[in-house]
Structure formats: structure tokens, C-alpha cells
Design a protein around this ligand. Sequence first.
Ligand SMILES: Nc1nc2c(ncn2[C@@H]2O[C@H](COP(=O)(O)OP(=O)(O)OP(=O)(O)O)[C@@H](O)[C@H]2O)c(=O)[nH]1
Ligand SMILES: [Mg+2]
Ligand SMILES: [Zn+2]
Length: 220
Amino acid sequence: MSVKKIDIQQAVMAADMCYAKRIRERLSEKGILMVNLIGSPGSGKTTLLEKTLGKDGLRSAVIEGDVATDRDAVRIDALGVPSIQINTEGGCHLEANWVDMTLDGLPLDDLDVIYIENVGNLVCPAEFDVGEDHKVAISSVPEGPDKPLKYPLLFTEASAVVLTKTDLLPYVSFDQELFWGDVARLNPEAPTMKLSCYNGEGLEAWSSTIKKWLEEKRRG
Ligand SMILES: Nc1nc2c(ncn2[C@@H]2O[C@H](COP(=O)(O)OP(=O)(O)OP(=O)(O)O)[C@@H](O)[C@H]2O)c(=O)[nH]1
Ligand SMILES: [Mg+2]
Ligand SMILES: [Zn+2]
């Protein structure tokens, strides 16, 4: 008797690709942009959303991915912005089938942008297509300047690279030449931004980038 073997990893990836395609079709039909924020725990993803949502004139919603708790979704909800929390119960990234399910709970007829805040992690969230239009790499000053080359996939895949917490530059040793040089080597085309949610640096540039991506998507 021959033994039938199924490569689970490949099967999971293939199923995920179907969900990602379905998400893109659903969102294209509605003209909604989806942006996937990926960075280490504490790099400032939720704070960036708090500082920009509702102030940029766009109708937004957020899908929050965390191992546990609904704390980030509660922070977004406090802004009056629709948010849904996915708890991965130990999983270190979001997958397209969960995102697809979550879309059913969002007011898709009244949205311009859906943000995904992925599970805080510089590694595997970059490997998974969750149906987004753009992945954004978020790296913060206190993490140190060596992250792009140590975690290259995210910085290669990203449509934009954002350095957060720039207000800390006077207090932390951070070699910007090294950081931006490595980013340029990995992903010469990606726009780059320096942001501080504490002093407001770069927040307008961030919102302009989101608006530009939305216009590009709607123009087709
Ligand atoms: N100095 C400084 N601190 C910041 C800035 N943005 C966020 N923080 C602080 O960094 C900490 C983590 O911020 P969060 O926005 O919760 O980080 P996160 O990436 O959402 O974290 P996880 O969801 O756990 O992955 C908080 O104490 C924020 O106040 C900034 O621009 N400058
Ligand atoms: Mg967060
Ligand atoms: Zn993972």
C-alpha cells in the first residue's frame, strides 16, 4: 500500500494564498486600502495609529493582532475608530483566513483604509500575505540601528520603512548612517520616514503616504 503524504506547510501556505486573494478582491470592490504594520513589540505601532487616525480625514478601521488581551483594540476603540482584536493564543503572526473572517465585522461600505497591526515580531509576519496592499516596516530608535540586516525579509518586502521614536535620538546611541544605508541596500525603492509620536515629527508625511497609496489604489 502506498502512503500518501501531505506537506502541511505547503497546504497551509496555499490555503492562505486563496484567502489573501479573496481579501484583495473584496477590498478592491469597495476601494479600501489595506496596510499591514509590522515591527517589534513596543516599536510604537499602536501609538502611531492613535496619533493619526481620525486626524487625517480618512475613514479607518484597525485589525489588531496580539498573542493575548484586547488592550490595543480598546485603545483604538477609545478614538471612536472601529477595531477588532484577534488573539493568536501563542501564535506569532496573523494569517489571511483570520483577517478574512474579521472583515465581516467591519463596516466595509464606510471605510477608506484598514490597518492591520500585526503581532509584535520582526520575523514571520513578513512571510505571510494577509491580503494587504502594503507592508510597512516599523523600527524604533531604542531597538538599535542593526535591525534591517539582521531581519532582512521585512525590510526587503516593505513598501515603506519607518523609523519611530526619533525624539530619543539625542539620548540613545543610534547610527543613522548604518540604519539608512542598510535599508537602501535591501530596498532601494522604498520610501523612508522618520517619525516621533511625542513631538509630531513626520506624522504629516506618514498620512500623506497613506493618502497617496489610497489614491493609487482607487485609480487602479
Ligand atoms: N519616546 C517615544 N516613545 C514612544 C513613541 N511612540 C510610542 N512610544 C512609547 O513606546 C511604548 C510602546 O508603544 P506602543 O505603541 O504600545 O507599541 P506597539 O508597537 O503597539 O507594541 P505591541 O503592540 O506590544 O507590539 C509606549 O510606552 C509608547 O508611549 C515615540 O514616538 N517616542
Ligand atoms: Mg500595539
Ligand atoms: Zn509566526
